[in-house]
Design a binder for this molecule. Structure first.
Ligand SMILES: Nc1ncnc2c1ncn2[C@@H]1O[C@H](COP(=O)(O)OP(=O)(O)O)[C@@H](O)[C@H]1O
Ligand SMILES: [Mg+2]
Length: 310
């Protein structure tokens, strides 16, 4: 997909043609165009097609429904719907997790990857960094579907339909399967923990769309095939007086909360916060607080009970 949101006509034609087991000559003959024209199209020399040629090719490729509409949009040079993906801010201390996620997607064959972990630990941050790092690997780019405000599992697929800008009157599962069947897309479903009853529907979508890669963020795993889970723990804690990612992030956020300064004078409450930064936010028992990534300096304090929301 180019920066204006146009998909490659050549790649699309080739993908549909090979799926049908046709040679270029056979497809050209079926569509009533020259083999040379088709070859130019597949090599990207011709990037759009006339209305008549588009229809003839779509017929010869036996396309219908959403798949045909997507093909026609591409052939006529109309931008594909490109849902907004949030900006990936600077990710602190997650190189190993990002590499693990990339590995699972690129070489591990993960088609449904769930990033799990406590609230605030950095699941969404990692997912957006993943899109920034890997979105370009996908011919059709990436789509980010925020689900934090969705409460009804039945509304998950409709939310995806809406995010992709699809027009459909039928069942969302069928519309999505038709639209995504031939798409090389990275789909991110962000914040699914309250929607795990929709897991079978997501798994079915993945099964129906062989080129689709789906990344889910959730406090809990979806527990469906073919899910692969990437559990995300708190950021690394300091060893001795060495700086740690958790402390770096905490101090960075303190600077945002209190522009122009660090955690503030070393008195009273502020001194406790400074202590939290240097220790990486530990509980009174000196063990790391589960789920605390030290990313919320407004509300996090080292004395909070372990496991409490940060
Ligand atoms: N590794 C990190 N680097 C930079 N910011 C982070 C990191 N982890 C978390 N944050 C910040 O902490 C907050 C919560 O992170 P988020 O990714 O939304 O957590 P989750 O999705 O697990 O609830 C956000 O403001 C986010 O920017
Ligand atoms: Mg999140």
């Amino acid at each position: 997909m180019d920066p204006a949101g146009h998909r490659s006509l050549g790649a699309l034609v080739r993908r549909h043609r090979t799926a049908l087991g046709l040679t270029q000559e056979e497809l050209a003959e079926a569509a009533g165009i020259s083999a040379r024209s088709l070859s130019d199209m597949e090599r990207g020399i011709t990037r759009t097609a006339r209305r008549h040629t588009t229809a003839a090719l779509a017929d010869a490729l036996r396309l219908s429904g959403e798949a045909r509409r997507a093909f026609e949009d591409t052939a006529r040079g109309r931008p594909a719907a490109a849902p907004a993906v949030p900006d990936a801010g600077a990710l602190v201390g997650r190189d190993a997790d990002l590499a693990a996620a990339l590995g699972l997607l690129r070489t591990g064959g993960a088609r449904l990857l769930t990033i799990t972990g406590a609230g605030g630990v950095g699941k969404t941050s990692l997912a957006t960094a993943l899109v920034a790092a890997a979105g370009g690997d996908f011919a059709d780019g990436a789509a980010f579907v925020p689900l934090a405000d969705v409460r009804d599992p039945a509304l998950v697929l409709p939310a995806v339909v809406e995010a992709l800008g699809l027009r459909t009157g039928g069942p969302p599962a069928d519309a999505l399967a038709a639209h995504l069947a031939d798409r090389d897309l990275l789909l991110v479903l962000d914040n699914m923990e309250q929607l795990t009853d929709a897991a079978p529907a997501v798994a079915e979508l993945v099964a129906r769309c062989p080129a689709l890669r789906t990344v889910v963020t959730s406090r809990v795993a979806l527990r469906v095939t073919p899910e692969r889970e990437l559990p995300l723990g708190p950021l690394a804690l300091p060893v001795g007086s060495e700086p740690s990612p958790a402390a770096a992030l905490f101090l960075e956020r303190c600077a945002v909360v209190r522009p122009g300064g660090g955690p503030g004078p070393r008195t009273g409450r502020r001194s406790r916060r400074s202590a939290a930064a240097s220790t990486g936010c530990r509980s009174r028992s000196s063990s790391p607080r589960p789920g605390c990534a030290c990313s919320r300096p407004r509300s996090c304090s080292p004395g909070s009970p372990a496991g409490s929301p940060c």
